[in-house]
Ligand binder design. Structure first.
Ligand SMILES: [Zn+2]
Length: 383
């Protein structure tokens, strides 16, 4: 006996009574077959319904041949009459997104010849892969037309054309299909073969929002949000803009400009900081012994600053000038300069002695060592 698909008769039915036709062990779960069900099994890019059966959470619903299997943690007695209930909030969200996806894909196909080459309904977003790289303006046009279809609250049509009618019909995802083909039509937007669940009228989608696309395999991948998810996303982004607006004391519409100003100010400050640091390096270089090996420890120097300071000391002094800066707990970065000897063999030697790595040219080497300050000082004291 084949399971009666209640979601095909009334997509808005959420509760039902059914008889258990079979129950078998499936991996570490139990696969239950019913005489009728509201549970949509995973397929056609749409995830399985969630809900409860005889009070137990339904962990997954899958098709196996022409059977629909409800996976449960505990077995159900064959012949038992059970009550089922689907998670309507979840299902309605899937229906909104699935129908929204039809509208967007259909319009993108009609206007720009873009094929939907991939479709994924995830927990957070639904992604559509389009074969054509639409420009931002083209995407906005698709979005505007898609929302016009929503606002007109058009009934979504379901038909099962016979073989001849099907042959003559122009619809998306047309290919040789076995058995009866179900055609979903959203007038003005789409005509496509599909087995999923859809809202009865387009107005129930609420709204369709296309997020910023990414380039993907010669086309684009675009995330779509419908209904409550679109509103939630709007609220999250609105809050984010308000937070930035308060922190920058800028009006919400001017936050991008305010951030650009801040970045420009930061560039100026960085430049000033570098100039000040150079002056400080000059002064420090004046105050040290000009001969012999010098080993300095400085805090918080970036790699470039470390190098600049060592090079400056190397210009002013005849001996080896080593500058160390703590990077992590027992790691010190170093830059060492001397214009009067070849530093490379020495560098190799202290890398070995102090568990380090690095190198460079004859007069200036850079790297890091994993050793404590005392060991470094002792090494350089006898160099
Ligand atoms: Zn569909």
């Amino acid at each position: 006996m084949k399971t009666e698909l209640l979601y095909r008769q009334d997509v808005c039915q959420t509760e039902f009574s059914a008889q258990v036709l079979g129950c078998e062990e499936y991996k570490d779960r139990f696969a239950v077959e019913l005489d009728r069900t509201c549970f949509y099994p995973e397929g056609g890019g749409q995830p399985a319904d969630r809900g409860t059966l005889d009070g137990q959470p339904v962990l997954h619903v899958r098709e196996s041949g022409d059977r629909i299997l409800h996976l449960l943690e505990r077995p159900l007695e064959v012949g038992k009459q059970v009550e089922g209930k689907i998670d309507w909030e979840f299902r309605f969200c899937q229906m909104q997104h699935h129908t929204g996806e039809h509208i967007v894909s259909g319009i993108a196909h009609r206007l720009y010849g873009a094929d939907n080459v991939g479709f994924h309904m995830g927990e957070e977003v639904v992604t559509i892969d389009l074969s054509v790289e639409l420009t931002p303006d083209e995407l906005r046009r698709v979005e505007r037309l898609a929302n016009a279809v929503v606002q007109q609250n058009i009934p979504v049509e379901e038909t099962f054309p016979d073989a001849d009618a099907l042959k003559a019909l122009d619809y998306r995802s047309k290919k040789e299909l076995e058995g009866q083909v179900r055609i979903i039509t959203v007038p003005q937007a789409d005509c496509c073969a599909c087995c999923g669940t859809h809202v009865p009228t387009t107005g129930q989608i609420g709204m369709i929002k296309l997020l910023q696309p990414q380039k993907y395999k010669g086309g684009i991948r675009v995330n779509i949000l419908c209904g409550q998810r679109a509103l939630d996303d709007y609220n999250a982004k609105d809050q984010s803009v308000m937070d930035i607006s308060h922190q920058l004391s800028a009006p919400p519409a001017g936050v991008a400009q305010a951030v650009a100003q801040l970045a420009a100010q930061q560039d100026v400050l960085k430049l000033k900081l570098a100039e000040t640091q150079d002056k400080l390096f000059q002064l420090m270089a004046e105050g040290v012994e000009k001969e012999g090996t010098l080993c300095l420890f400085e805090e918080g120097l970036a790699t470039n600053d470390l190098r600049r300071f060592a090079a400056l000391l190397g210009e002013k002094r005849s001996g080896i000038s080593a500058v160390f800066c703590r990077a992590e707990d027992s790691i010190f970065r170093y830059a060492v300069c001397c214009h009067h000897i070849d530093l490379r063999p020495l560098c190799k030697d202290w890398n070995q002695a102090l568990n380090g790595r690095g190198g460079g040219d004859k007069a200036l080497v850079q790297g890091s060592v994993r050793a404590d300050r005392k060991a470094i000082e002792e090494y350089f004291a006898v160099l």
